[in-house]
Design a protein. Sequence first.
Length: 327
Amino acid sequence: MKKITILIPEGETSLSNIEAAYKMFSKVNEAVEARGGLPLFKVELAGLTRETSVGKGLFRIHPDKVFQEIEQTDLIIIPAVHGDMQKVVEANSAMIPWLVRQYKNGAELVSLCIGAFILASTGLLNGRSCTTHWLSADEFKKMYPEVNLQPYKIITDEHGIYSSGGAYSSLNLILYLVEKFAGREMALRSSKIFEVDIERNSQSPFIMFSGQKDHEDDSIKQAQLFIEKNFQDRITVDQLADMLALGRRNLERRFKKATSNTVVEYIQRVKIEAAKQSLESSRENVNEVMYSVGYADPKAFRLTFKKITGLSPIEYRNKYNRSIPAA
């Protein structure tokens, strides 16, 4: 029997993360026992204290144990905790040595959504891949620059450490773990019971690009604003460098440092975000949208769009345009 420990951190912990993880593994046990088998999982809640208040005091959670009482477990799940992430990490710092010790003793670690901030504070993610909610990606990169953040992914799995993307994509990671530990049949059964798309593997269609301007480089902000106002035109790196009186290499270096994108990547993302908005709200066809955001080559537009969103322009329009009747 695999022992699963769901942590109850201090702070505004996601009740949906806790309940979903608990219910999904418990439902697997019920299904196995209904067939005459033994339960596969022992699921328990562990907190910093015997009682944790969440939902601004509206709810109280009573963990089974305080985390220090657990000497051995097989899988530890860290749910999302909302708020100032520096303060969240500090409030839960007592758990960090225990998490490191458990991992070194063979336990696997799971972060759901922005629970990745607590997991990353252990140092165990340094040099490894991780994902989190795309809205928190920039903050995460600043706090943990040594982690290989993959904000477009729904799930990462590396050396016994798992992470999920934002919000309810945590359900996809739990399904992934059910499949890994209980088999494909049980995962498919769970996906039907909880109505979760088991094949979903990217956050890309949900990401809204708003430009990374949380930096102090005024020249780069000027370049960003120019791109955002003139994205329909052909903009080159040399043009921006001349406009800002910067050398090309200096501009490219500073742009990448400030925004985490190259100049070309930033231009592409601004164009594709504009295309997404048109595909969602207008009746223009794909070629009309393509020309309106400054692309002339349908193949280049299609490849760039799919690279950024995970969907082709037609797939995106059919899925998100409000004026198109559902199939």
